[in-house]
Design a protein around this ligand. Structure first.
Ligand code: ARG
Length: 332
């Protein structure tokens, strides 16, 4: 016997989903995402239905619309743009960028990298495909979108500057922070995962929320394999970097994260600190229990990368992922 269709799926998967069904599918995929600490708000996800977009130009336009819609002048709206579904066995529409907004990473001959090391191979790829970087390269150059529709070579598109809101990083009481000329973008939009469920697969379904501060302050800026800023911040703070036990990394992390949260707030751009996000996730656990559902969770992703044990999400374990609607990784 066949298993009953998942909640909200039509009995036959041979027809297109209605907008309501698609919206419910995407919300459920968010609710099922074991890595996400922001799931209290799963039901607020806005669907941008782009299932009539088929050419690279139309897909690019819909991506730009997604950026403007979700940015909303800083009052960020969680959203997913869904492009036409991919029939079984086909490659479908692909956005090659990991996120719609990312900064280039230029690898020099000596192996050093200007910009985001995470984007070094993608940057080399788009340059090989004909992208011309700005004349003056900086650590924060916007990468172009690389869009592929079935059967044709991918095409490059430059993002309009006014579709990308960025925040200059300053610190509430360390004035030298501004001189570092750090910045980051307002909206994270994951663009290379597939949305699956109800027997369907959408290989292009970029989705976005707003940031938790540690994603930027701890990981993007702090990781050794990313902008690796802890030694610089510690030196600016006048900390002795000889003895690990003096916790210079930890102290630098706190100031970096303080600066990120402060800057977004000053700029009127939505962001959440990890303590608030953890408390909200605990509320989500209670809500789901009340609704009679389990909460799939991945402890190593849910616990924030700063002061883990000071956050309630640290002090318990979570359910295994189920097999309902999901955002899944796919081969590029
Ligand atoms: N960690 C990723 C980044 O720093 C973003 C992942 C999605 N984050 C989110 N708040 N929805 O860009």
């Amino acid at each position: 016997m066949l298993p009953p269709p998942a909640h909200g799926c039509p009995v036959s998967s041979h027809r297109d989903l209605s907008a309501e069904e698609l919206s419910a599918l995407a919300k459920e995929a968010w609710r099922n995402n074991s890595r996400c600490i922001g799931r209290l708000f799963w039901n607020t996800l806005e669907l941008l239905d782009a299932r009539t977009a088929t050419t690279p130009d139309e897909i690019f336009e819909a991506c730009v619309h997604h950026l403007r819609f979700s940015t909303n002048g800083g009052r960020i709206r969680s959203a997913v743009t869904v492009f036409p579904e991919t029939p079984e066995g086909q490659r479908g529409i692909r956005i090659h960028n990991r996120q719609l907004i990312r900064y280039a990473g230029y690898r020099a001959a000596d192996g050093s990298i200007l910009g985001d090391p995470e984007q070094a191979s993608f940057t080399a790829k788009v340059i090989a495909l004909g992208w011309t970087p700005p004349r003056e390269r900086t650590p924060f150059d916007l990468l172009p979108l690389l869009i592929e529709v079935s059967g044709s070579p991918p095409r490059l598109y430059e993002l309009p500057r006014d579709a990308v809101l960025e925040i200059d990083i300053t610190h509430p009481d360390l004035p030298w922070f501004a001189d570092l000329r750090l910045k980051w973008h307002a909206v994270p939009v994951i663009s290379d995962m597939a949305l699956t469920g109800c027997g369907k697969r959408y290989t292009a379904a970029p989705f976005s929320g707003y940031y938790m501060g540690t994603e930027i302050g701890s990981r993007n800026f702090g990781d050794e394999s990313r902008y690796n800023l802890l030694p610089l911040i510690a030196d600016q703070m006048g900390l002795d970097r000889v003895a690990r036990r003096m916790l210079w990394k930890d102290r630098a992390l706190v100031e970096l994260n303080t600066a990120v949260l402060h800057s977004y707030r000053e700029a009127g751009v939505a962001i959440v600190d990890h303590h608030t996000a953890s408390a909200q996730f605990m509320q989500h656990l209670r809500n789901e229990e009340m609704a009679g559902r389990g909460v799939p969770g991945d402890w190593s992703w849910l616990v924030p990368p700063l002061s883990g044990s000071a956050c309630p999400v640290f002090h318990r374990y979570y359910d295994e992922p189920n097999n309902g609607p999901a955002f899944v990784e796919q081969e590029t």
